[in-house]
Design a protein around this ligand. Structure first.
Ligand code: KIV
Length: 262
């Protein structure tokens, strides 16, 4: 998969499927099952590390996780999230961190959150040869500014800013834009207004593609069921049943049996 192919997919009206991944073993299954793009998301801060927000994860931790995903990727393009604090301070620091993340992890592209405020950083990265994916709407690194994870851009002023930001990112040369948790009608408008592919999460089905957090769509994240999320499996139950069967078999000495011994 390449950024040029993704653009062709948009033009041809072929939908793009993206999922997060954070480790080699699951990423291999995700790749074999046919996704077009991996996102090594900073949601790893929640999913892998158990933090309440995405804010604590570091550049080094993101690189460590992405290396495993890159080793598994035979087909899909790998996008790595730039974590909070790695691109906001200055253009120079942003470019340095982006290049380091691509070189050390082997990822194909970076994603960062924000619009006009971080346009200088995005322009410098693209000039330096870094493929950039934008992220607008609910940008979880700003959770403390937003005061929660609610729907964004429902008011006219915020919706107008989002559309303007998307056009700026597109003109700057972003190869794709993620829109998170915004009204479906606004996401459809943005998708039509920009030339790069738009990938939605909680943004309706008129975008060029969809992204979900792998552990959420597999039903591994107990208690997390926002309206936009579909559980494509219930792995919580499957995994817990398997583990409790194992515990029982160990305790009643039925595991290992004769065939499982040397
Ligand atoms: O980090 C992440 O998983 C993301 C997706 C929710 C788009 O940014």
């Amino acid at each position: 998969m390449t950024t040029a192919k993704l653009r062709q997919m948009k033009q041809a009206g072929e939908k793009i499927a993206m999922l997060t991944s954070y480790d080699f073993t699951l990423a291999r299954l995700v790749d074999e099952a046919g996704v077009d793009m991996f996102l090594v998301g900073d949601s790893a801060s929640n999913i892998v590390c158990g933090n309440d927000t995405t804010l604590p994860i570091t550049v080094d931790e993101m690189i460590f996780l992405a290396k495993g995903v890159v080793r598994a990727a035979q087909h899909a393009l790998v996008v790595i999230d730039m974590p909070f604090g790695s691109y906001q301070v200055s253009e120079e620091e942003a470019v340095r961190n982006a290049i380091r993340m691509l070189k050390e992890s082997g990822s194909d592209a970076v994603k960062l959150e924000g619009g006009e405020e971080i346009l200088p950083q995005i322009r410098h990265m693209i000039q330096a040869g870094v493929p950039v994916c934008g992220h607008l709407g609910l940008t979880p690194q700003s959770v403390n500014q937003f005061g929660g994870y609610g729907l964004r851009a429902k008011e006219e002023a915020e919706a107008a800013k989002l559309l303007h930001d998307a056009q700026l990112l597109d003109e700057a040369g972003c190869f794709c834009i993620v829109l998170e948790k915004i009204p479906a009608s606004l996401a459809a408008q943005v998708t039509k207004a920009v030339s790069c592919p738009v990938i939605g999460i909680g943004a309706g089905n008129q975008t060029d593609g969809q992204v979900l957090v792998l552990h959420d769509m597999l039903g591994m994240n107990e208690g997390f069921k926002p309206k936009f999320l579909r559980h494509f499996a219930q792995l919580n139950e499957t995994i817990k049943t398997a583990i409790s069967d194992y515990v029982t078999a160990v305790k009643d000495s039925s595991f290992p049996n004769e065939n499982e011994c040397y």
